[in-house]
Design a protein around this ligand. Structure first.
Ligand SMILES: Cc1cc2nc3c(=O)[nH]c(=O)nc-3n(C[C@H](O)[C@H](O)[C@H](O)COP(=O)(O)O)c2cc1C
Length: 338
């Protein structure tokens, strides 16, 4: 059925199709899987002290404003991540800013954290009936200087803490100037120290511990990965998401959209994203759980990421191309292997 919906959606401009699909997911319970199918996706596991109904989650960026949590849950995801949200609402980059590369099962986007702000997101989360694990992914506003970014993360963290299953510190989107500088050296140390200290304060205040997870780019060399891994271990973060979208155009050269600015996602980034995850796993071992995301579009690819160190998985572009059946494929492959 999704193949028909996809055909219609792919006739539209990608961003219009995105909004239409989100609206349908929000309002149509016909899209929801039957309880029998949802039950068949049960594959429970505990990671970061949280209980997940299955290991396949929705990646950040699809439901930036947390307006579709219940609809997404009805599609069978084992967990849902909303955001990236910033302290103040912002429009993002000028359109067009999302491009399909259907021959490659890929997207290029330079959305630039378009979102309605953290207060709106919190209101949406409060209205949702969802009882599963909800990740809330936070970032900095476009016009916040990099050396003040920590205050934007702190603002968002304080506001979302009572409502989040885990909080993601996004330091890896390629479309916010300077953001990726936060992945390195003194900036990363300062961020880790400030946010870990705040986590302890908020834990005492709210009487619950919310895991702090960082999300990194795939465009990192081995030395950078080793240095970052040491910093993450020293700070004692609770989880790491590998990876965000890719700056490289490897695998899509010659496509009419290949030269568009932004991050590449989907099938062509699978190998690069997996290599970066594997390298982090080499340094972090079992100390910091990894959430594998980037190019997962089949059960086989999901299994490969788990074999290479991930405890949980997320999908975005594969979900756009394959539809909700992807969650069933990946969970099915995991259960068949168990
Ligand atoms: C249109 C679009 C918007 C995205 N927005 C965000 C975002 O706001 N925050 C974030 O952390 N990742 C964002 N991502 C990255 C995805 O969460 C994911 O890490 C990346 O696309 C790789 O996974 P995939 O190949 O399954 O898409 C976005 C991706 C796409 C395609």
């Amino acid at each position: 059925m999704y193949q028909f919906a996809r055909k219609a959606l792919f006739h539209l401009d990608p961003e219009k199709a995105h909004h239409l699909a989100l609206k349908s997911i929000r309002y149509s319970d016909k899209l929801a899987l039957s309880q029998r199918v949802i039950d068949s996706l049960a594959c429970p596991l505990t990671v970061m002290g949280l209980e997940f109904s299955n290991p396949v989650g929705l990646a950040a960026g699809l439901d930036k404003d947390a307006e579709c949590i219940d609809g997404m849950a009805a599609l069978g995801f084992g967990f849902i991540e909303v955001g990236t949200v910033t302290p103040r609402p912002q429009p993002g980059n000028p359109k067009p800013r999302m491009f399909r590369l259907p021959e490659h099962g890929a997207l290029i986007n330079r959305m630039g954290f378009n979102n309605k702000g953290v207060d709106h997101l919190v209101r949406q989360v409060k209205q949702s009936r969802y009882t599963g694990v909800l990740g809330i992914n936070v970032g900095k506003n476009f016009d916040t200087p990099v050396d003040k970014a920590v205050y934007d993360y702190l603002t968002c963290m304080r506001k979302v803490y009572p409502y989040a299953g885990y909080i993601v510190i996004n330091i890896s989107s390629p479309n916010t100037p300077g953001l990726r500088e936060l992945q390195h050296g003194k900036y990363l140390d300062e961020l880790l120290n400030a946010l870990k200290a705040e986590q302890a304060v908020l834990e005492a205040k709210h009487g619950k511990r919310v895991p702090l997870v960082f999300k990194v780019a795939p465009d990192l060399d081995d030395d950078e990965i080793e240095e970052m891994a040491q910093q993450f271990l020293k700070a004692g973060i609770d989880g790491l998401i590998t990876t965000n979208t890719c700056a490289s155009r490897q695998g899509v050269e010659g496509d009419k959209h290949a030269k568009e600015a932004g991050g590449l996602s989907g099938a062509p980034i699978f190998d690069k994203s997996t290599q970066v995850q594997e390298k982090f796993y080499q340094y972090l071992g079992e100390s910091i759980p990894l959430i594998g995301v980037g190019g997962i579009n089949s059960g086989q690819r999901g299994l490969e990421r788990l074999e290479k160190g991930a405890k949980l998985l997320q999908v975005y572009t594969g979900f756009i191309y394959e539809g909700p059946g992807l969650v069933q494929d990946v969970v099915g492959a995991i259960k068949a292997k168990a």
